[in-house]
Structures are given as C-alpha cells and as structure tokens.
Design a protein around this ligand. Sequence first.
Ligand code: ARG
Length: 586
Amino acid sequence: MTVLAELTQRFADAFRSLDLDPAFGEVVESNRPDLGQFQCNGALPAARQAGNNPRDIAQSIIDQVDREGIADLSIAGPGFVNITLTDEALCQHVSQAAASDLGIESASDPKTVVVDYGGPNVAKAMHVGHLRATLIGDAIARIGRLIGHHIITDAHFGDWGTQMGMVICGLADRYPDLPYFDPDFTGPYPDDAPVTLEDLQEIYPKISAAAKTDPEVAEAARRATLELQEGRPGYRALWQHLVAVSMGSQRQDFHDLGVDFDLWYAESTVHDRVYPLVASLREQGVAVESEGALVVPVAEPNDTKDIPPLIMLKSDGAYLYTTTDVATVDLRVSDLHADVVLYVVDARQGLHFEQVFRAVRKAGIAPGTVSLEHIKFGTMNGPDGKPFRTRAGGVVSLRDLIAMVTDAAAERLEQADIAQGYPDDEKAEIARRVGLAALKFGELQNHRASDYVFDLDRFLSFDGKTGPYLQYGAVRIASIEREASEQGLATGDLQPATVDAERGLYLQILRFPSVVDRAWEFRAPNHIAEYAFELTQQFNRFYEACHILRESDPERQASWLRLVAVTRKVLVTALDLLGIEVPDRM
Ligand code: ARG
C-alpha cells in the first residue's frame, strides 16, 4: 500500500470513530512542506456538514488517529492537519516501494483502453501536428500500461477519404496510360507501385491546391473517391500500392521516433461495416434524409453553439471521415471490447469528435459504460509564434525533423565536450537519444492543451528543464554507482534519513505512484515530466549534502548507495514513460 493510501485509511478510521464520513480522511501530499510532509484537509468540509468548528474537529481527529510511525501532527490555519512521519517510518515506506515496482500498484479495475494517435495519411507527409499526437499518445499509452490497463494503440491510418480520390486524379493526369485508369483492362495489374512516396508527396499538394480553385478537379476527385469506395478494380489496385508505399515509410518514421503501434488499422478497415451500419441507423430512425444526404442530427437543446448534423452519406452515396469514425467506434466496442477510447487529436477537430460521440450514443453503438474522450492538443509554433514550418514555408516532415534534432544533438554534444572520444557508432546512438529526448521533453513538459514554441536550441540545453539535462542526470547517477562498485562498495539496507536533503529525496521517491495516477487521470504526461525534473534536482541536493564515496560509516554509505540506485530506477522509469531512452554513458 502506498504511504498516502495507508495514512488515508488511518484518518478515515478516525473520522468514522467520530461518526463522520470516512471520505473526509483523504491524505494528500503537503503543499506546505515547511509545516509537514502530508496533510488531511477533511476537518473543514466535515465541520461544515456537522455544523462544528473545524479546528475542534481537527483536534479530535488528532486525538483519535493511530499515531504509529507519525512523528508530528499539528493543526494549521482554519483546520488543516499536517502530518510528519518518523524517519524510521519514512525509510520503511521507501524500502517497501523499492522492493515492489516503486510503489506502483496495478489498477484494481483494469480497463481495455484503445489509444488512437498518430493518424498519418496516405500520400501526405507527416507534419508536426502528427508529431504532437504521436508523442502525447505514446506517453499516455505507456502510463496506462505501467498501471496495468490493457492498452491497445492504433495509428488509425487515413487511407479512405477524399484525399485518395485526389491522388488518383493527380496520377491519372500525369500517367494517363497506366492500366489502373483503363476501365476495359482485365488484369492482372502490375506488382510494382507506379510511384514512390516522394512522387506522391509532390502530386498531392498540387492536386489538392487545384481542387480548391477548380470545381472540375474537385468534381473529378469526388467521383474517384466514390468509385474507389464502390470497388472499381483499377482504383482498388492502385490504392493498394499507394497504401503500401505510404504505410511502409511512415511506420519506419514512427519506429525511428521510438513509437510502434499495436494496430495499423485504417479508415478503410471499417469499409465492410459502413453500409450495414448505415442501413441500421436508417431503420432505427437515427439517420435521416436531408437535402439528398443521409445525416444524424446531433444538436441538443442545451447547446450553446451550433452543432450541425453529422453526415453519414453524401448525396452521391460516398461516405466521409466522420462516417469511418462512427464505424470505427463500432469496431472498437464490439471487436476490441474497449471500455475507454482516447482520441489524441488536434483540438481543431473538436467539433468532429463532438458529432461522432453524440451520434454513436444516439445509435447505441457505444453504450454509456464506454468512455469516449477527445484528448485535445494545441499548436507547436515556430519562433515567430506561427505554426512551425520550414524556412521555405512548407510543412516539416517527421523524417526531416528527426534528422534535424539528431544533427543538432551531435553538434551540441561536441560543444559541451560530452561523449567525445567514444566509438563513432556509440556517439551516433547517443546523439540520436539526446536529440529525441530534446524533442520529446520539449513537447511533454507543456500541458498538451497549450501551444508552445519549438525552440531546439533551448530543448537541447544540458542545463535547465530539458530532456538532455535529465538524461545526463541519469547517466551521472549510473556513473556514481559504477565508481562505487569499482571501489568495492556495495549497497545495503536503507537507513532512516539524517539529513534534510536525504529526507527530501525519500519523500520525492514516495510521490511517484500518485504522480503516475494523476498523469493517467488527466491524460497529462506533463505531470511526469515535472516530476522527473524535480527528482533530478532533489537528487543533486542530496548528492551535494551527502559525500557518499567519502563516508566513513559503512552502513550509512551502503544505504546511500542503495538510495542512489533507487533514484536512478525511478528516474529511468519516469523518462521511459515519456518515451525517453537513457544512454549507458555520456
Ligand atoms: N488522419 C487524421 C488527420 O490527419 C487524424 C486521425 C485521427 N483519428 C481519428 N480517429 N479520427 O487529421
């Protein structure tokens, strides 16, 4: 049991013995560490309920509560109870945590959670919007997994919408003689893709721009999309190539970022479900005709803004991104048995998800027990405060971004004279890890909903709140352990703290499980980032105050070495939750 859970239980008992609601017994970390290590604020609401003086209730609680392992209880302000443990009890809690997954307890009610993030599209280069989705989604998935939920990650590949019709038209324009465009061709179609991803990434922006100004192009793309969905053989064969070409390279890009998905389901995966679903919604009266289209009205009486109906089928019979998302909820609920679905997607798609969620509730596709959440994030901006772009004004591809941070990391390592003189391949691997750490921590230290400025120079700094600083911290801790073992020193049992900096480190280690819980509850990895930074600082304070290698008391020294090892384990675990890998040495 975590220290908070144990103290909460004791305080709950105390409230109960006074005939007060035990829920008032909740113990939390102190927000006034100068007054106590933990606090219980329940006397205030309890007093409101019972019509008593909160300080009197606080006093009665103090008189009642089981004091084992508690060094000090005091009342502060209007009735907060401050709690400070004895050094023996504190040490015992840390020893317990160290011996059992750092105090992380598996969720008592594990859920099946589908995390939908990444969301790359066929033929389009992935850009920084996808980067944010990927890093936040990956961290949330890692956090959920650590606390024992059954996590299923899905890239939800965009391979079925209007962009497919556009690419088909763009290709038909450029290579009209390919057999895919000949309606009389009877096959077989060629095995090799007619284009590379580079070609596609050139063709798509052109045709998409043309469709915006030329209604004929837009109309042709619309038709091609419909024909693809209806199964025109040449288009299907061409589409297979486009999917394979795009998916292969994007999977590799994600992998290079340290992100691998459990599922690469796509918008097209639900194609076979769409028409039966449409028919059943029509039958239920949930979907209705409107101006030739089939829509699900989703506005509600208390809406403060206009929520337009969700379009299931356009008047030409083609279906849309929204339709595939409705059908995908069905897949996730019926086939994957999801209890929770997290959509880690740009905040600008808020209306889209509002419509989808309302429609699937209305249609009974997702029962009320299934939680559907849009995990929104803001924009990553360039130094000019506008969405991040290349110098030429284009979107930055993920691949270029990875190369850019890796190169910059190599340069920074050289400037700082870190990891120089190592074999070239090791140096390259360190640069890769440091570059990615800069990128990931730069992202995840912010609350996801806020916009932030991509400032690689700052992200790569070895001092300050950065990924490389934390990696360096973890590596330094490892080198202390190495040096000790070279001197023949071993770790021993943890001893009660005697120095404030040591006490602070014990407390910080004990906080880890509640920080993980909070990060999960709010789907907010920035809590972990903040925690890792504080842990590193706390360690530095301890290391300055306690001269481990020069300590003359062997038991104390062995305890400190154990504390060093536990700290590293917590730090490495926290960084791993952010997708950050620590090099063996630097
Ligand atoms: N492919 C989409 C895009 O690039 C993101 C997909 C998000 N997930 C979803 N289920 N709609 O905007």
